[in-house]
Design a protein around this ligand. Structure first.
Ligand SMILES: [Zn+2]
Length: 231
């Protein structure tokens, strides 16, 4: 009897991701490949949001920011971010003085101060709001909340120069950028701070975009209707 039990426990099972023929390793339900994807992207079926994909959203956010240059909102968002960074810098100095932090917390502090040192805050705001807008308009592009958070933090990290290593890709004859990965928990902490600083504004901008779209649609419908009634 004992051998049968032993045998069953070691039976391999299929990866739980639909259409994947990989074998789930250990006690989890995922194959090694999907485990790696979950680690990197926050969900086994999430693919990375690319610069190109985010570009139209960034453009719309930038347009909105330019149109409202005098509005104090941007300054307030900047201040909120500064407060987070100031707290991170205090924690970092405590690390130098010997205070211990859990590894991912230390890594998150380092990533946050790096963002502050290398990325203009307006650029970070633009990227963050673009991500919130994309989430509102394409909710299915994100497989879970954790997947969204991971993508938010990844796009922020990609704004820094020092996170990017480059290599020559012979296939495409182009220089490619690669980013050193940080732990999933580090990305989660970064996302938490970004959402605390910019989340409310992101939702506002997304709603505003939605209202303007509806307005434009109904104006177009009214015109079509009027034209159809021309004699
Ligand atoms: Zn799999």
């Amino acid at each position: 009897m004992g051998t049968i039990f032993h045998f069953e426990r070691n039976m391999s099972k299929q990866c739980s991701v639909p259409l994947c023929s990989g074998t789930a390793a250990g006690y989890g339900n995922l194959c090694d490949r999907h485990k790696a994807i979950r680690r990197r992207h926050g969900h086994p079926e999430q693919s990375g949001i690319t610069v190109q994909e985010l570009a139209p959203y960034r453009k719309r956010v930038k347009h909105r920011m330019d149109k409202n240059k005098g509005n104090p909102a941007w300054g307030i968002l900047g201040q909120r971010w500064e407060m987070i960074i100031a707290a991170a810098k205090v924690d970092e100095s405590e690390i130098r003085n010997g205070r211990t932090f859990i590894t991912y917390q230390r890594e998150a502090l380092h990533e946050l101060t790096k963002l502050a040192n290398e990325v203009p805050v307006d650029s970070l705001i633009e990227t963050s709001l673009a991500m919130f807008l994309m989430q509102e308009e394409q909710p299915r592009r994100f497989k879970s909340d954790a997947a969204f958070d991971t993508q938010l933090a990844r796009r922020a990290r990609a704004l820094t120069e020092t996170n990017a290593g480059t290599y020559w890709d012979d296939k495409t004859k182009r220089v490619k950028r690669v980013y050193r990965d940080v732990s999933p928990r580090t990305l989660a902490v970064m996302a938490q701070h970004m959402k605390a600083a910019f989340g409310v504004a992101g939702l506002y901008v997304a709603r505003l975009e939605q209202q303007e779209q509806q307005q434009a649609d109904s104006e177009r419908a009214a015109l079509t209707n009027a034209l159809e009634n021309l004699k």
